[in-house]
Design a protein. Structure first.
Length: 407
């Protein structure tokens, strides 16, 4: 027989009531927070899985924040490129309009003035800032103004880098294009230049039709410049050649102008080069021309410099045929950059949908592991309250028992 003292009975009842109160308190806390797992001790396996899911959700949240930043910045760049493309389209129209011999020098100067105004607007676009106050076309140097102009020289102070932001595991997207590739290093049209020497024959003789042919590489083939009468001197021969070459320039695409009084510069825009052929009485000594083919060359130049050169030629009343191609190539370059920006915007839009679907799945799994089943919890809470009240009432009755009541 075990002797149960009054103190032992009190302690056992009190301990039971405190345990039940603790269970009620835990359940009440679950109901107030909506969480089934409050501490790792509640369910170690679920707690570990919840920690992993929390990390995955936070990472996806950062990806989505990066996408929002990328979208804003790329949309700003796309708007700037659209404006720049429209400006170049207008400049191309003006260039074609200005490349007309019917216009006077004053008319061409007026066109040049508008082109300079459009150039200034294009220069402003190249220094566009995004919503965070960062320069869009500065590469990594986004806090520094990328383009400047001083003493006739355009300078790019950014770099050729592209910042990239991660939008998914193993996937990054560039948030912009550097200004060097976009505005400063732009291809110009192929151009062929041939510089003659001075005729060394004191009194150059007559040249027969067909003895000098020019092929500008434009598909028309070799074209005779025609017959030339005897020249008074090398200067007269250079003038004869200049006029004869320019007279057939609509067929050859080759124009000539004096480099000096006795030498010429032949120029062909586009095509595969200039081929000069001499025969019969036409020699280098009495023409200054050298038989052979000169290949075209291409180079890169800033759009702003191209527009300056274009405006200067118009102000001088000169032909601007070569700049029609240069402006078109500059516009093509901007369109190509703009296309890449649009492709990135489409890519991150698709990735946004993928991330949102994945985020929904992760949150569902996390809810299953962590969140409370309210129906079960409320039923359990009611049962615990009933048990606690019964325990308290039993304790009151047991505490009132005493042998002295029966003596």
């Amino acid at each position: 027989m075990i002797r149960i003292s009054t103190q032992m009975a009190n302690e056992r009842n009190l301990s039971a009531m405190l345990r039940q109160q603790s269970e009620v308190s835990d359940t009440q806390l679950q109901l107030s927070t909506g969480r089934r797992v409050l501490t790792p001790a509640d369910d170690p396996a679920s707690a570990a899985r919840v920690l992993g899911l929390n990390g995955a959700v936070e990472t996806l949240g950062q990806y989505q924040s990066n996408i929002d930043l990328l979208t804003s910045r790329l949309e700003t760049e796309e708007g700037a490129l659209t404006g720049a493309t429209n400006l170049l389209q207008r400049i191309r129209e003006l260039t074609v309009q200005g490349n007309n011999d019917v216009l006077t020098v004053t008319d061409k100067a007026a066109i040049a003035s508008e082109i300079r105004q459009l150039r200034d607007e294009l220069f402003s676009i190249a220094n566009t800032k995004d919503s965070n106050g960062e320069y869009v076309f500065a590469g990594y140097q986004s806090s520094n103004r990328p383009f400047s102009y001083s003493a006739g020289v355009y300078t790019y102070s950014g770099d050729s880098g592209q910042r990239e932001l991660q939008i998914a595991p193993g996937r990054t997207v560039a948030d912009g294009n550097n200004g060097f590739d976009t505005f400063m290093s732009v291809a110009t049209g192929p151009i062929t230049t041939v510089t003659t020497i001075a005729a060394t024959t004191a009194v150059p003789p007559a040249i027969l039709d067909g003895e000098i042919t020019i092929d500008g590489g434009n598909g028309y083939g070799a074209i005779s410049i025609g017959a030339l009468p005897a020249a008074v001197n090398p200067t007269d021969r250079a003038t004869q050649l200049r006029d004869a070459i320019n007279a057939i320039s609509d067929q050859t695409g080759v124009t000539a102008e004096n480099a000096t009084a006795t030498t010429l510069t032949l120029t062909a825009v586009g095509g595969t080069g200039i081929t000069v052929a001499l025969s019969g009485s036409a020699t280098t000594a009495n023409t200054g021309l050298t038989a052979g083919t000169t290949a075209p060359v291409t180079s890169n130049r800033s759009i702003f410099e191209t527009l300056d050169l274009l405006a200067t030629e118009l102000e001088s009343g000169n032909s601007v045929t070569r700049y029609i191609t240069d402006v078109q190539l500059a516009m093509d370059n901007l369109i190509e950059v703009r296309t890449s920006v649009g492709g990135r915007l489409n890519a991150i839009e698709e990735q946004t949908s993928v991330n949102e679907d994945l985020l929904l799945a992760l949150e569902k799994h996390r809810s299953e592991e962590r969140d409370l089943d309210y129906a079960e919890a409320i039923t359990r809470f009611e049962s615990q309250m009933v048990a606690l009240q019964a325990s308290q009432q039993a304790y009151v009755k047991v505490k009132g028992l005493s042998l002295f009541n029966y003596l």
